[in-house]
Design a protein around this ligand. Structure first.
Ligand SMILES: [Zn+2]
Length: 206
């Protein structure tokens, strides 16, 4: 470390990492991916190393890249399970880690994220906080409780134009049944379609 007085040439100090868990939750089409990319990009501009991870089940993702619905692209790594996330983070050792579509990782995800955060390191997690029936979805509600910061994004209801917080599942154009199996990947799963709706317009057949 050298400090040259009188010329303002001071080599930058490495910025100490801090443990921080930020969960970005919301229904489909609420801009979660665009927000993750925004948060990572501003860190890159500041010289930090970042790693973006997606689950293998997310069919919206091209290999090696995340594409948001607004067309924003960002390099990514696919992890088949939460243990693969832990190994990849240990190998790359980034300043910050982001995990997309985190609802598709198993119940072991919160414990592994706690380990990664404790390194210390910033972890950004995004995912659907509710399934198509409006129920708390997978580990996202638990991660929201464990988080230091929670951002809950809303979309616009395609029916009435109000703020949408729910993901409507349609089978052959009709609302899905509450006991239908859970395969929820925005707009891409089988013959089902998904759209953002508000609480009043959201429909589930009991
Ligand atoms: Zn509505």
């Amino acid at each position: 470390m050298t400090i040259v007085t009188g010329s303002a040439t001071i080599p930058p100090m490495p910025i100490p990492r801090r443990p921080w868990l930020h969960v970005i939750a919301g229904c489909m089409s609420s801009g979660k991916t665009a927000e993750v990319v925004r948060l990572l990009t501003r860190r890159q501009i500041a010289g930090q190393s970042v790693l973006l991870i997606t689950p293998a089940r997310d069919t919206r993702v091209a290999p090696g890249e995340v594409v948001s619905r607004t067309g924003t692209r960002f390099p990514s790594v696919v992890a088949p399970d939460a243990e693969a996330i832990r190994k990849e983070v240990a190998r790359i050792n980034p300043d910050a880690v982001a995990i997309e579509e985190a609802q598709f990782f198993g119940p072991e995800l919160p414990a592994i994220i706690e380990q990664i955060v404790a390194a210390p390191r910033t972890v950004i997690v995004s995912g659907l906080d509710q399934d198509f029936a409006g129920r708390p979805f997978a580990t996202i509600p638990e991660l929201m409780a464990r988080a230091d910061e929670v951002t809950k994004l809303s979309a616009i209801c395609v029916v009435c134009g109000n703020e949408a917080t729910r993901t409507q599942r349609l089978r052959d154009g009709k609302p899905a049944r509450a006991d239908d199996e859970l395969i929820v990947i925005g707009g891409m799963a089988g013959d089902d379609t998904y759209e953002a709706r508000c609480r009043a317009c959201h429909e589930v057949i009991a």
